[in-house]
Ligand binder design. Sequence first.
Ligand code: G3P
Ligand code: CA
Length: 277
Amino acid sequence: MTLARQHQIQVVAHRGASEEAPEHTLAAYKKAVDDGADALECDVRLTADGHLVCVHDRRVNRTSNGRGAVSALELSDLAALDFGSWKRHHDEAVEGEGPDWEGSAGADTSVLTLERLLELVAESNASGRQVRLAIETKHPTRWAGQVEERLLLLLKRFGLDAPPSEGASPVRVMSFSARSLHRVRAASPTLPTVYLMQFVSPRHRDGRLPPGVRIAGPALRIVRNHPGYVAKLKRAGHQVHVWTVNEPEDVELCAELGVDAIITNRPRQVLTQLDRL
Ligand code: G3P
Ligand code: CA
C-alpha cells in the first residue's frame, strides 16, 4: 500500500488480538505482541476491593463463565472465573472448529489485572520488542477519581507515570470522559491522553479537543461519514487514533486520510495490509 508507506501508522491491538483469542486475556495480548502490534489497547475497571482489571463490560456475563458487575466482585471472585470459554464456544459454533490460541504457550484466560498487563509490556520492552499500551478508563465518573488515582499509582510503580515528554511515553490514557483525562493530566502533565468520540459534539466540530488533550480518538463511523474531520483535527495539531478498524477498505481509508493509529481486533491482518509483515 503506497500511501501507507508514506507515514508509519501505529497498529493497536484492540483488547489484544481479540478476533482470534478471547478479549482482554493474556492469551490475546501475547498473541498481539507475537503478531507484531505496535501497541495494546485495554479497558480498565475497579473491582470491589480496589484492583484495576481489564474488562470491557460493566458485568462479566458476556466474557466469562460467571455473572455480576465487576464493581461488586472482588479480585478473588474474578480469579475463579474463566474468561476464555465463551470464545471457545463461539468459535466452535461459528467456525466449526476449536480455536488456534488454545494450544499456544501462555494461553492464560484468567482475569487479567492491569498490573499483569504492565508486566507483559515491561517484559516485552526489556527483551527488545517495543510495545506501547493504551489504557481506557471505563465509567470513571462513577468512581469520583478513584480509577485515575489507582491507575497513576500503578503506573508510578512501573516508573511510567511521568515520562519526559508525551512522545517518549510507552503508555497513554484514553477516555470518553474529558473529566477523567483532566484528572490524569492534572496529576501527570506529560502522560499522553486520548479523547474518545462516538460522535462529533458541536463544541469539537472545529477540530479542537478538551484543553491539554493532543490525541483524538474518533469512532470509525465518524471518519467514514465525515472524512474531512480527520484533516480538521490534524490542522488543529492533533494526532488521530481511529477505532475499531477491521475491514481492509476501512484500513485503506484511514491510510489515505493519514491517521496516526489504527485500533483493530485484527493486528496481524492490518500489519500485512500495510506491508509491515
Ligand atoms: O479504543 C477505543 C475503543 O475501545 C472504545 O470503544 O467500547 O471498544 O471500549 P470500546
Ligand atoms: Ca476500549
